[in-house]
Design a binder for this molecule. Structure first.
Ligand code: SF4
Length: 130
C-alpha cells in the first residue's frame, strides 16, 4: 500500500475505526495473513488502491470470456488508477507524500520518493508533463 492510501483512509475513518486498526497492528501475530483482515472483513474504511484494484487471473479470464464490455470497463478503471499511482505525470499520491515530507515526516510507504522503479518513472517524465 502507498502512504497516500493511509492518508485517505485516516481522513475518511472514524476514531473508532482508527482505534480498531491500531489494535490490530499492536496485536499482529505476523504470518502470511493481512493484519487488517478481520472476521467482519477488511478493517480499512477506504481500502488501499492496490486491494481495490486487485482481480485474480481466473476472475479476469471469466470476465473477458463472459462479458467483453465489462472487461473494457475494467481496463478503463486500470487507466484511471494510473492517474493516482503512475508518476509519468504529476499524480495525487506523489503530491500527498511531498506535503508530509515537507513537514518532516518520513515513512517507508512513501514509494514515490523511495522506490527505485517509481523514481525512474518520475525522472523519465518529460518536462512538459511537470
Ligand atoms: S483488502 Fe487489502 S488491506 Fe484489506 S484485508 Fe484485504 S489485503 Fe488487507
Amino acid at each position: 500500500m502507498f502512504f497516500a492510501d493511509m492518508v485517505a483512509n485516516v481522513l475518511t475513518s472514524s476514531v473508532t475505526e482508527l482505534d480498531a486498526m491500531e489494535g490490530l497492528l499492536s496485536e499482529d501475530p505476523g504470518g502470511w495473513k493481512c493484519v487488517y483482515l478481520t472476521n467482519e472483513g477488511c478493517a480499512w474504511h477506504l481500502k488501499p488502491i492496490v486491494c481495490e484494484m486487485f482481480m485474480c487471473e481466473h476472475a479476469k479470464d471469466a470476465l473477458s470470456k463472459n462479458d467483453p464490455l465489462l472487461m473494457a470497463q475494467w481496463n478503463g478503471l486500470r487507466k484511471k488508477e494510473k492517474q493516482f499511482t503512475w508518476p509519468d505525470r504529476p499524480v495525487l499520491f506523489d503530491e500527498l507524500e511531498e506535503i508530509f515530507i515537507k513537514t518532516g515526516l518520513d515513512s517507508p510507504l512513501m514509494y514515490f520518493h523511495k522506490s527505485p522503479g517509481l523514481l525512474r518513472v518520475k525522472n523519465n517524465t518529460p518536462a512538459s508533463h511537470l
